[in-house]
Design a protein around this ligand. Structure first.
Ligand code: ATP
Length: 503
């Protein structure tokens, strides 16, 4: 007697109990017995409900990815969250062995231990260039005879882990664990690598400002990652499912930029589309627009943009009525806008409207702590992309640390990709980059050259690199096999700032 039947019976019993309540013919004992019966039935019904929960529907709706294989490693089930994390499709994996899937390059999964429960961070990667990170737990399920029946793999989206840890961090006011800040972003997207204090601050700002609708101005040298910051703001905003329109204001000729941004009405000017055209702002309605190189905006367009910011509406060219807009504006520039204001080239009121939140991304040379991780990430990425199995030598890594990277992360990417493609052996040596990076360039005859200054420059680079790599004078000294006092003395001589302290 289960389900509906039990329920009806309980209702009947309840009704009877209430009816008999107060009637003299039924004894107290009978009433107690009736109540006991009803209670028992209710318990039975609840047990039935618990046993028959639709667990598949539950697992289908989990935030964690779940992947189940049988004992021969054949995929039996994957939940939607798993497919989302890995960007793969159900039909590509169901009924297939993990090995087949890995061999085809649909997915890369580091070896899992099928015999024991195991938790490992960072074990999922897709081979299409994205590195996917998740916290993975594999649980083998055995039958009564002790034989392995299936393996249940659950993947925790580390992005969620990061945000949860971040909030707990603020609650407890503790020191942030570095790994939270290493990569930053949803799985499958470009990570934003950086655990240098300046980058951590930027990531905290992104987490705080993204869910609001405030205007954000991102400044910094070319190639530092301004667009990468804007992408994260978009991802973490409430508009993450809405349109995201990116406009490089410097790339569109000034005479076209107005119609591109604001659109025009029909017959607005000769040569225009007779039906009129919506501008990029309108295409970004209910979403986000990134105005890159905002410093290049003409004075006329600055006024039009101010109107969009102040009144949340725009005038198409040739229009008589404004169009209402709901767009979140992010602006970016590598120009010094304060200087442009002083020179009368940029409106001060626009600057303040744009920079409600200001994110200044420092150049790579000011966050040397991140060079190692960025190098590792891009080296792995380009090796995968170009199908090469290479090793980056320690000397090459050191060289990277001591270089100033005027082109910032973009230059680092290019140098690494070039080395991955061009290197002939099995490892990428420092010599492969040194000339490109301007190290050890042999002097040409007749050029003024001092051996001492070349040696000083090399020594300075090595000490800076060792300090950045090891994080302290004593450890840098051990690394270079010299006395700590030598490091301190040379740091003074070469004006190297020592920010790191040995613990
Ligand atoms: N912290 C980071 N971690 C990983 N990759 C990064 C990081 N910052 C930047 N990049 C990568 O470096 C490249 C250049 O970054 P981006 O285009 O965001 O720089 P930018 O400051 O907008 O440059 P520009 O001023 O020239 O437009 C991109 O491919 C980006 O993904």
């Amino acid at each position: 007697m289960y389900g509906e039947e039990v329920w009806l019976k309980i209702q009947e019993l309840k009704r009877l109990t209430e009816e008999l309540e107060g009637k003299p013919l039924i004894s107290g004992e009978d009433k107690t017995e009736l109540k006991r019966c009803a209670g028992e039935l209710l318990r039975e019904y609840n047990a039935y409900k618990a046993e028959n929960i639709n667990f598949k529907a539950v697992v289908d709706n989990l935030v964690e990815g779940v992947y189940v294989t049988d004992r021969r490693d054949v995929t039996q089930y994957v939940n939607p969250a798993y497919l989302k994390h890995t960007g793969t499709q159900r039909e590509k994996v169901l009924g297939r062995t993990v090995q087949e899937i890995v061999d085809e390059g649909i997915l890369y999964r580091e070896p899992q231990n099928g015999e024991q429960r195991k938790s490992t961070p960072d074990v999922l990667k897709s081979r299409d260039g994205h590195v996917i990170r998740g916290y993975v737990t594999s649980i083998p399920a055995f039958d009564e005879g002790g034989d392995l029946r299936r393996v249940i793999v659950s993947v925790f989206d580390t992005q969620k882990l990061k945000i949860r840890e971040d909030t707990s961090l603020h609650r407890h006011g503790g020191e942030e664990p570095i790994e939270i800040w290493e990569d930053f972003g949803k799985e499958g997207d470009n990570p934003m690598i950086g655990s240098d204090p300046s980058m951590r601050k930027i990531k905290r700002t992104i987490l705080r400002a993204a869910p609001t609708d405030v205007t954000i101005l991102i400044t910094g040298e070319s190639g530092v990652g301004k667009e990468a910051v804007a992408d994260k703001i978009y991802q973490f905003s409430k508009r993450g499912d809405g349109p995201y329109v990116k406009v490089n204001c410097a790339a569109i000729p000034t005479n076209l930029l107005e119609s591109e941004l604001f659109g025009y009405e029909k017959g607005a000017f000769t040569g225009a589309n007779p039906a009129g055209k919506a501008g990029l702002f309108e295409l970004a309605d209910h979403g986000t627009i990134l105005l890159d190189e905002i410093g290049d905006l003409s004075p006329e367009l600055q006024i039009k943009l101010l109107r969009v910011l102040q009144q949340k509406e725009l005038m198409r060219i040739g229009a008589t009525r404004p169009t209402r807009l709901d767009v979140r504006i992010i602006a970016a520039t590598n120009a010094d806008l304060k200087k442009k204001i002083l020179e009368g080239k940029f409106r001060e009121d626009l600057y303040y409207r744009l920079s409600v939140v200001l994110v200044d991304v420092p150049p790579l040379r000011e966050r040397k702590q991140d060079i190692g991780r960025l190098t590792g990430y891009y080296f792995e990425k380009y090796c995968l992309k170009h199908g090469r199995k290479l090793r980056l030598t320690d000397e090459a890594r050191m060289l990277f640390q001591s270089y100033e990277w005027p082109g910032n992360v973009r230059e680092l990417q290019n140098v690494i990709e070039n080395a991955v493609i061009c290197s002939e052996g099995e490892q990428v040596e420092a010599a492969g980059f040194s000339e490109r990076l301007g190290f050890e360039t042999p002097p040409t005859a007749g050029e003024p050259f001092s051996l001492q200054s070349a040696l000083d420059s090399y020594e300075k680079g090595l000490i800076e690199a060792a300090l950045a790599e090891t994080g302290g004078v004593r450890r840098a000294a051990a690394f270079l096999n010299v006395d700590p006092s030598t490091i301190s003395r040379k740091a003074r001589k070469f004006c190297i700032r020592i920010e790191h302290k040995d613990k």
